[in-house]
Design a protein around this ligand. Structure first.
Ligand code: ATP
Length: 355
């Protein structure tokens, strides 16, 4: 098979039932998703769930046990065929930034441009230095840059040869929280500016939400759901996704109609038909902003702990059933732990799973 032509943008990458493992043990099981031109995707899941293993298979460093990976309709990995990593035109950025210490910043960025003419390589390096906000740093050496600046150089180096896809394995986890908060949206803007399709691996959902157009949530080698950050948060398709993403509690509930359940919070009517038969026992997902503090409500709970979040309080409240749930209150409502407060339930979209 001929290698993929360089310097063309990726139109789509499709993973179909990809199983990857080590020594015959499957680690990633039947992973399927698609990434389209210019999209930033993310593999999000707890440590050890197989995110890096899947990323390495996409890069061509691990062979498949079953399934296939196609780029623009051409198979780049299957059980019978693997395009070598250097013929995939895929760039990579890792957590350990690994710049070449003996090369200047400009030389680091130009590293993958050996086949370019001197003028076009210089032009590309100047463009990228400006794009990552480091014009004037070209003659400096990596040790004289901060962690965030080094990660920007690593990004510039990875995208300099215009790979068709950029893979990023926990690229921000070595940086402190404040720097990460600044860098993540910047990197997203840079990738969008370059129309670069990218796939990020992270266990940090805030990072995934800030960076990605599409998130694939993984657990124990299985992709549970692929969707936009909004869908993953508001329309989780499995119990795992609902519990892993955002804050939330599950309440035992019993279905009492096509749009209704009965739980410790009373009878709740949603705005859609939930599809469960009457009397089915379910776990109902409750997000913190589904239960609001309401002084006028007769439905009460006792505060067992509280978190001040500046604009609001996040209370943990014990119901009469002993079940503890989150409750959202504006920061003007400063109550003491142990105090009883009124609660009102604002649950329109019922997210529930069979128990
Ligand atoms: N080369 C290897 N040989 C054998 N087992 C491996 C190898 N690399 C990873 N594993 C195992 O595969 C599983 C998944 O590892 P992987 O690094 O893909 O997970 P991850 O989701 O990226 O985790 P983390 O976020 O901690 O990096 C782990 O149990 C790990 O021990």
């Amino acid at each position: 098979m001929t290698p993929l032509p360089p310097h063309e943008t990726l139109k789509e990458m499709t993973l179909t039932k990809v199983t990857v493992g080590y020594d015959g043990n499957a680690i990633v099981k039947e992973a399927s998703f698609q990434l389209r031109e210019g999209q930033i995707g993310c593999l999000l899941g707890p440590s050890g769930c197989g995110k890096s293993t899947l990323l390495r298979a996409i890069a061509g460093f691990e062979s498949l046990m079953s399934g296939d990976i196609k780029v623009d309709g051409e198979v780049i990995s299957s059980t019978s065929h693997t395009v070598s990593p250097e013929h995939r035109y895929i760039g990579m950025v890792f957590q350990d930034i690994a710049l070449f210490p003996h090369l200047t910043i400009a030389q680091n960025i130009a590293f993958g441009l050996s086949t370019w003419t001197k003028e076009s390589a210089q032009e590309r390096v100047d463009h990228l230095l400006s794009l990552v906000g480091l014009s004037g740093f070209q003659s400096r050496y990596p040790h004289s840059l901060s962690g965030g600046q080094q990660q920007r150089v690593a990004l510039a180096r990875a995208i300099a040869p215009k790979p068709r896809l950029l893979l990023m394995d926990e690229p921000f986890s070595g940086l402190d929280a404040k720097l990460r908060e600044e860098l993540v949206p910047d990197i997203r803007k840079i990738l969008q500016h370059e129309k670069m399709s990218a796939l990020l691996v992270t266990h940090d959902q805030m990072e995934a939400f800030a960076m990605a157009d599409q998130v694939s949530v993984m657990d124990a080698g299985v992709i549970h759901q692929t969707g936009s950050p909004y869908q993953i948060y508001h329309e989780p398709e499995t119990h795992f996704v609902a519990g892993f993403i955002g804050h939330g509690d599950f309440l035992s509930a019993t279905v009492c109609g096509p749009d209704c359940v009965h739980s410790d919070l009373g009878t709740i009517r949603g705005d859609l038909d939930h599809g469960f038969a009457d009397n089915t026992e379910v776990d109902l997902l409750i997000r913190p902003d589904d239960i609001l503090h309401d002084d006028d409500s007769e439905f009460v709970g006792v505060i067992v702990s509280k978190l001040f979040r500046g604009s609001h309080f996040l209370y943990r409240v014990k119901l009469s059933s002993e079940k503890i749930v989150y409750c959202f209150a504006s920061s003007h409502h400063n109550h003491l732990v142990g105090q009883e407060i009124g609660l009102s339930v604002h649950l329109d979209h019922l997210v529930m799973f069979p128990r």
